[in-house]
Structures are given as structure tokens and as C-alpha cells.
Design a protein around this ligand. Structure first.
Ligand code: CMC
Length: 377
């Protein structure tokens, strides 16, 4: 049966899912029916990850066990550390993360994805170990020692500690944890879909997550947060925002951190992240990048409003990380270590009623051509 071709599968449902929902007209994002604003206010990243994976908020004993399992599996094997040490230090952290996650699967070779118990432990390992890998790479590439996780620290606190060997201010862990909640899940985005295609072949979850990491890296997806901060630094001063943007629009260049396939209003995550910036600055002083960003948003609204293009999640997240002293090329890995819970939730959902993804194509080539011998071409 012929179908209309939809470039980028825009508007084509690829799955039935009960994990999250976006109302792009009203700017509402819910995880398992709960709005992200409420989760940021009342939940933690680990509890939210549980909600996404298992479909309900945990009871106290369930949360305690989940926390304990994650803490127990945060360490990475010395061979993974050695593998990271062998990678070129100027390489992108997303490539290092992808390589290490693919390699993880070789250490935990349970291949039967019908085994519920095995799947639980794979999810625990991936949620627990991604932060350790990212922090390890961040240090090893500069010739610093790997800092193992500390069992007495919470999820976000421990990650920030592993980066610097210093316990972060409680406000920083709080704000960072909210950032992870906001990046944990977002319906049928490119990296989630990539993971689901891989999952539909019944590949193991390490391969699923490694393929999602590859898709997240691109500048049209998670890679945009890195480019936003570079753009803001290039603009340098709020007074230069208008001329910069006008030039971009004239040259038909895309503004990084703006626009979304689904949102036709400001991304609710961008609004929350803006609030987090302001909370952070109250305690730690302003960031010149933020002033530039606010002006860029104001001018962009004027120039691009007609097209329904507003800031997305990547616009303000980098400013928070930058203020915390995190290197720019680590921003997308931070996105990945949060989004892994969403990827895994979709993996588990996909397995419940799996059907191999094998879409159709509309052939636009020729038929019945003859082979021309090389000396006659
Ligand atoms: N700046 C300027 N113009 C834009 C932008 C932008 N950021 N985004 C879309 N447009 C224009 C585009 O040029 C096109 O104009 P015209 O109709 O005149 O040719 C129109 O809007 C529709 O664009 P599209 O490419 O068909 O829309 P899409 O739904 O495929 O785009 C997007 C979605 C995210 C790829 C795009 O908005 C974009 O490239 N944004 C910049 C990269 C970015 O910030 N990515 C992060 C996305 S959110 C988080 C995540 O998924 O990781």
C-alpha cells in the first residue's frame, strides 16, 4: 500500500508509549503523567529514573533498594579505566563514552533480553556506571587520576565529586539533579528512536545505549548544548546579540538551542533551566553568558517568532554547567548520563511487544540498467 513520504518521519507515530508525553502547543512535558515542574520540585533524579523505568513512583523500601543497587554498581572495572586511558585524549567525550559503554557489554554478556532479572541488573549497571565513565574520562584525558565513586554520596553529589575530588555545595548538587531530571526523557526523539530500532533486533542493552549515544552526539540533537555556549561566548556582549542574530538569519544559519520538532512555544525545560540559572547566580554571582543569552532570546523572539521558534532545553543548560566549571565538551555526555534512564525505559517497553523495525522506502532510482565494462565508462 503506498504511503506519503514524511521526511524525518515528522508526525509519524513510531510506537505506542506510556512513558512520557509532550504537548507542544501548551509547552507541557510529563513523565508517566507527572509534570516535569513537579518532579524538579519534589523528586530526585534517581527516583525519576525509577518512575520512568518501572512506571510508578517507588515506595520507601523500593526507593531504598534502587538507591542501594545503584550505589553498589557505580564502580567500573579497571579494564574500562585502562580502555579510556588508551583513547586519544583530544577525542570527543561522547566517543569515549560510546566506546566504553559498548565495551561494558563485553563484561556482562547476558544476551537473553527475555530474562527479566538480567534486564533489571543491566538497567542498574547502565544508570549507575555512565556517570563514573564520564567523570573518569574527564580526568584521565588531562593526565589526572580516576576518582572512584563514594558510597556515602547521592547520585548528583557523587558525580560532581568524581569530577573534582571535592564535595560540591548542596545547592550545586540540587541544581545539577534538576538538570538530570529535565534531560531524563523526551518521547520519540532521535536517540530514543535509534535505541528502539537497535532494541527491536533483540540486541543487548549495552549495544542499545551505545547506539543511542551515537545519535545524541549530533549538533541537531544533544550536541546543540555545546554549540550554544560557544555561540554565546562568540557574541560575548549583550550589545552584540542583535547584529549577530541578524547576520545568522540573513545567512539562513540555524540558531543553536532554538527550535523544536514538537514545541511551538518555549520548551518548558528551558523555562525551568532559566530559573535554575538564576538560583545558581544568587549564591555564586552572575554569569556574563546568561546576560548574553537573555538578550539573544529577546532578539530571536522578534526575528523568528513568525516561524514558531523558541529556546529549547539546550539553550540554558550549558550556562548552568559552565558556571559550575564543567568543560563545554562534557555537556552532551551529561545529557547522555541523564537520558539513559529514558532510553532504557523505552527499551523495556519495546521488548514487551517487540516487532523488528523495518520501514519501507520509496525507490527513486532506475531499473534494468546494463552493466558497462570498466574500459567503456
Ligand atoms: N534557527 C533558525 N531557523 C530555524 C531553526 C533555528 N534553530 N530551527 C528551525 N528553523 C527554521 C528552518 O530553517 C525552517 O525554515 P524554512 O521553513 O524557512 O526553511 C523552519 O524553521 C522549519 O525547520 P525544520 O528543520 O523543518 O524543523 P525541524 O522540526 O526539522 O527542526 C530542529 C527541529 C531541532 C532540528 C531545528 O529546530 C534545529 O536545527 N535547531 C537547532 C539545533 C538544536 O537546538 N537542537 C536541539 C533540539 S532540542 C534538544 C534535543 O533534541 O537534543
Amino acid at each position: 500500500m503506498p504511503h506519503d513520504f514524511m521526511p524525518g518521519l515528522a508526525g509519524v507515530p513510531a510506537a505506542k508509549s506510556a512513558i512520557s508525553d509532550v504537548d507542544g502547543q501548551r509547552g507541557v512535558l510529563e513523565y508517566r503523567g507527572i509534570r516535569v515542574e513537579e518532579l524538579c520540585l519534589r523528586s530526585s533524579y534517581l527516583e525519576t529514573a525509577y518512575l520512568l523505568l518501572f512506571g510508578h513512583l517507588p515506595t520507601q523500601p523500593q526507593l531504598a533498594r534502587w538507591h542501594e543497587d545503584i550505589v553498589h554498581h557505580r564502580r567500573i572495572k579497571f579494564k574500562i579505566v585502562d580502555l579510556l586511558k588508551c583513547l586519544p585524549e583530544q577525542g570527543h567525550p561522547m566517543d569515549a563514552l560510546q566506546a566504553a559503554v559498548a565495551a561494558l557489554g563485553m563484561f556482562y554478556p547476558g544476551r537473553n533480553v527475555q530474562d527479566v532479572d538480567n534486564n533489571y541488573w543491566s538497567a542498574v549497571r547502565l544508570v549507575a556506571k555512565l556517570p563514573t565513565i564520564v567523570a573518569a574520562w574527564a580526568r584521565l584525558r588531562h593526565g589526572n587520576e580516576y576518582i572512584p565513586p563514594r558510597d556515602d554520596l547521592g547520585f548528583s553529589e557523587n558525580f560532581l565529586y568524581m569530577l573534582t575530588e571535592t564535595e560540591p555545595l548542596p545547592l550545586w548538587s540540587d541544581i545539577f539533579d534538576d538538570c538530570l531530571i529535565l534531560h531524563a526523557e523526551h518521547t520519540m526523539n532521535a536517540s530514543t528512536f535509534t535505541g528502539m530500532v537497535t532494541a527491536s533486533t533483540l540486541a543487548d542493552p549495552y549495544t542499545v545505549v551505545a547506539s543511542s549515544i551515537g545519535a545524541l552526539k549530533g549538533p541537531l540533537h544533544g550536541g546543540a548544548n555545546e554549540e550554544v555556549v560557544q555561540m554565546l561566548k562568540e557574541i560575548g556582549d549583550p550589545g552584540r546579540a542583535r547584529s549577530y542574530l541578524e547576520e545568522q538569519v540573513r545567512a539562513k544559519q540555524r540558531l543553536m538551542g532554538f527550535g523544536h520538532r514538537v514545541y511551538k512555544v518555549k520548551d518548558p525545560r528551558a523555562t525551568i533551566l532559566q530559573g535554575l540559572c538564576e538560583r545558581l547566580f544568587k549564591e555564586c554571582g552572575n554569569s556574563p553568558l546568561y546576560e548574553v543569552a537573555v538578550e539573544v532570546e529577546r532578539v530571536a523572539e522578534e526575528l523568528l517568532k513568525g516561524k514558531g521558534i523558541y529556546p529549547n532545553v539546550d539553550f540554558y543548560s550549558g550556562i548552568v554547567y559552565d558556571k559550575m566549571g564543567i568543560e563545554t565538551d562534557l555537556f552532551t555526555p551529561l545529557f547522555a548520563l541523564a537520558r539513559v534512564s529514558g532510553w532504557l525505559a523505552h527499551w523495556l517497553e519495546q521488548l514487551r511487544e517487540n516487532k523488528l523495525f523495518r520501514p519501507d522506502q520509496i525507490y527513486s532510482g532506475e531499473h534494468n540498467r546494463s552493466y558497462v565494462p570498466i574500459e567503456q565508462r
